[in-house]
Design a protein around this ligand. Sequence first.
Ligand SMILES: *Cc1c(COP(=O)(O)O)cnc(C)c1O
Length: 412
Amino acid sequence: MGQYGFNTTLLHGIDNTDPFGATHVPIYQSSAFRHESAEELEQIFANKAMGFSYTRINNPTIEAFEKRIAKLEGGVGSIACASGMAALTNAILNILQSGDEIVAGCGLYGGTVELFDELESFGITTRYVKENVSQEYETLINDRTRLIFAETIGNPKLDVTDIAAVAQVAHAHGLPFMVDNTTATPYLIQPLKLGADIVVHSSSKYINGSSNAISGVLIYGGKFKWDAQRYPGIKPFLKFGPFAYLAKLRNGLFRSMGACLSPQNAFLNNLGLETLGLRVERQCSNALKLAEYIKSLDTGVAVNYPGCPDSPYHELAKKQLHGGYGAILTLRAGSKERAFGIINALKLPLIVSNIGDTKTLVIHPASTIAAHLSKEAQRESGVYEDQIRISVGIEDIEDLKQDFKNAIEKEV
Ligand SMILES: *Cc1c(COP(=O)(O)O)cnc(C)c1O
């Protein structure tokens, strides 16, 4: 990140050259940009001059967001999209074609699993590891594999991927490693620095921070050595060197699919980003205190949190994450009825399917975000009938503790 720390970089890391000195990059709420001459626009369309033509391709407010995210994740560039799902779809289809296979982590975000199911009808199949360890990824690789995919912290299983180890396996087989870093955020970990090649975010979550805009973003590390035989589509773009992957996407599928971010939402993300470090620091600290407190109550409610020494992922989380263990924890109440009772008795948390808000959020995954999965698939994803997922917010910790104590003790 250069000479400055995370928060300083966030606030001062990119040039704001607004001609009027606006302290925030303004909302350029314009679909198109006019030019002085036909020649000028010709140059922009031919990628021979910098500039904006049409917001589906790029826009100054969106570009400011992309530059900031690329800097935070340590990438050579990034592309912002209409949603996290749009970012994943773009990131994957930019390099895969019919006949290719993905090897993916277990316990992935439900929407991602549904996307992988959809890709089957386009001839792209996915194999999932059963245990999130690098050896399992390796055993699933064959000569059709073209991508390794994982999430930094799975949700709601809260398994942690060993990014450096999986990257090593991927690269030994000439494969790019893509990481969904939504739940961890670049405040806790920058997967590109540990060997990942492409990072994807649902910036609807922690990056935005206040649940006021749907968006996604993908960041490229610039280092992967593309083999033009295995990834034939990238061949014409190899002349762009470290930007080959991004050049292919922005000139191809991204502009053709049209799932661009709106300037208004890019502005909200730029605003939210300024407090990312502060929020995540507080959310992680609250999550750890809340996890330890609920454990100490001894009420038969089990706590799963990578920050607790009894999590099977504690040592890896400790080694790999810096500044906290994430802000999601899960409880097991003993029965679905008790889980519902606790959720309904809580006064502060909102019952919401989202994560990453400033406010604490709770949900019963088995009947909502994981309801489409079979019982067996739920078990593999770490989803249980008696489970409550908590996305911890920035409230005063004593208030959260009291609220959870009251709700848990009321529902026995
Ligand atoms: C929410 C989420 C997504 C999807 O993002 P949207 O912005 O809702 O499209 C993808 N991955 C993870 C880990 C998520 O939490």
